[in-house]
Design a protein around this ligand. Structure first.
Ligand SMILES: [Zn+2]
Length: 158
């Protein structure tokens, strides 16, 4: 024994490394587990080189960092926030999709083109019925970031 740790003879060290690496926990986690159970001179270096030789760990290290998903804040009034997007083409037709985040009220409008002017016309119709929304959310498609569209929404305080 070395304090509370079992000293592992050389012939079993590889097997212990494989056990410590079960589930590919990474170098730090392996060292933490090893430090309260097993010991041999140079165990930390052996853990490091063992993980560096693992193809699965190397592949996982190369994949991009996953960003955490965040939900939109909850809205408290019908026209607080409206989400817009374009679907299609479906059989040569586009659909302008508008959803209220508060009520989930959905409008799907068939449109002959997806230019900024068409989006403005359709939103103007919607706003004339429901009032202006405070916030408009899109995927920043070209028709939604155009100067024409930006002028339209800014002049309405959106
Ligand atoms: Zn691994």
């Amino acid at each position: 024994m070395f304090k509370d740790r079992i000293i592992i003879p050389a012939c079993f060290q590889k097997r212990i490394l494989r056990q410590l690496h079960r589930g590919h926990p990474g170098i730090d986690k392996m060292k933490t587990v090893a430090r309260c159970r097993v010991y041999w001179p140079g165990i930390d270096e052996d853990i490091t080189s063992f993980v560096h030789q693992c193809h699965a760990c190397a592949r996982a290290a190369k994949s991009p960092v996953k960003t955490t998903l965040e939900s939109w804040p909850t809205t408290t009034a019908p026209m607080d926030r409206t989400h817009i997007d374009i679907a299609g083409p479906c059989d040569g037709t586009y659909y302008f999709v508008i959803v209220s985040s508060y009520s989930k009220w959905l409008e799907v409008l068939q449109v002959s083109n997806i230019a900024s002017s068409m989006m403005i016309t359709k939103l103007s119709e919607l706003f004339s019925r429901h009032g202006y929304c405070k916030q408009l959310v899109s995927d920043n498609g070209t028709q939604f970031i155009s100067a024409e569209f930006q002028t339209f929404i800014k002049s309405r305080g959106i």
